[in-house]
Design a protein around this ligand. Structure first.
Ligand code: GTQ
Length: 353
């Protein structure tokens, strides 16, 4: 190093230190990480083994804390690439919530939108704005932003579901409000199944107009998603990247059920391997049925029913299964599409299409 190089570096470093005191920083030291050529996510691929690892912990949580004490008895699925963040991806939160027989989780509402995907148990409910929604494995349930919701289990089995919320998005915007309900459990204002009957039979009450961008359907039962996937699979011709894949919709718009979160369910035929695929929405998968592997870049995840795993943004993904398999998934694709950001690439025969 020459004397002039040393002095240039010294001058620059002392400049950086000096301006830091005035709340300034140089862009040129950071330009490429601030405006990367392609997504540089800290999110890592991760897999939660439900039966072997997570389930015993959830049931221990059931012994050491009541649903009432906890308010929500949930084990957060935290991405190890985002330590301390309570986030599973940069934009989304996920957790596994346990409600034991006879328990209730008290009413509240918040700006954050939530989805539930039922992992085990049958017959517990989530009440949304006074309507109880009964939940069974594989059902997809919505609690849109600012709707009152409480949970209760009047069945004789423990219930576990996957919670997916846009908590990190709301906290990014500093736009979050929350309010406890006056009563622990909401009064029933409509009979169970009311919104399903009104809005999910390809009919709408004649003068009904959507008040917001949320789906009026509160529950998408697995029976119905399974019927669609089975019919598609009987028809044959699976998509090379997705097998047979459908998206859950708001019937009033044909768009996503909630403005920030998109949700999907797909069936992979027996002995199928998908073509490599990537997209900008980091995605959380929950295994409904079947056994298989997912390669995320060079990382291999071996999955079975009730497991959860994450595919980070722009990582090439290949699913392979021995048995027929069904995967539920959700991501922030809804928000990205609204903002004109969402991208995908299909890698067919090694070519990017
Ligand atoms: O059920 O309302 O996992 O408010 C995190 C925050 C669940 C809920 C979570 C919540 C809920």
């Amino acid at each position: 190093m020459t004397i002039s190089e040393v002095s240039t570096e010294d001058r620059r470093n002392s400049f950086y230190e000096l301006i830091r005191k005035d709340n300034l920083a140089s862009l040129w030291q950071r330009l490429h990480s601030l405006v990367p050529k392609s997504p540089l996510t800290p999110v890592v691929p991760v897999h939660w083994d439900y039966d072997g690892v997570v389930r015993p912990h959830i049931f221990t949580a059931g012994e050491i804390v009541t649903a009432e004490e906890a308010e929500r008895r949930v084990l957060i699925l935290e991405n190890p690439g985002l330590p301390g963040s309570a986030s599973i991806t940069q934009s989304l939160y996920a957790g596994l919530q346990l409600v034991l027989p006879g328990e209730v989780a008290r009413a509240h509402r918040h700006s954050q939108s939530a989805l539930r995907f039922v992992i085990e148990g049958r017959g517990a409910y989530t009440a949304v704005d006074g309507e109880r929604v009964a939940m069974s494995p594989g059902d997809f349930v919505l609690t849109p932003s600012w709707r009152w919701h409480d949970h209760g289990n009047e069945s004789d089995e423990p219930m576990v579901w996957l919670d997916g919320l846009d908590i990190p998005i709301i906290s990014f915007f500093d736009a979050g409000f929350a309010e406890p309900g006056k009563a622990i459990t909401q009064a029933e204002l409509r009979p169970p199944g009311d919104s399903e009957a009104r809005y999910s039979n390809n009919l709408l009450p004649v003068d009904w107009k959507p008040g917001d961008r949320n789906s009026p359907i509160l529950r998408y039962p697995y029976e119905r998603s399974n019927e669609t996937l089975s019919a598609m699979a009987r028809g044959g011709d699976p998509d090379a990247c997705h097998g047979y894949k459908v998206r859950f919709i708001n019937p009033a718009t044909g768009s996503t059920p909630m403005p920030t979160i998109a949700a999907f369910i797909q069936r992979l035929p027996e002995s199928f391997e998908t073509a490599a695929y990537r997209s900008t929405d980091s995605t959380i998968f929950a295994v409904v049925e079947g056994h298989g592997q997912t390669k995320v870049g060079s990382h291999c995840i071996e999955w079975k029913p009730r497991d959860v795993f994450v595919v980070p943004s722009w990582h090439p993904v290949v699913h392979r299964c021995e048995t027929e398999a069904t995967l539920f998934s959700f991501s922030d694709r809804a928000a990205q599409e609204t903002l004109g950001l969402w991208r995908e690439a299909r890698h067919l025969n090694g070519e990017v299409a």
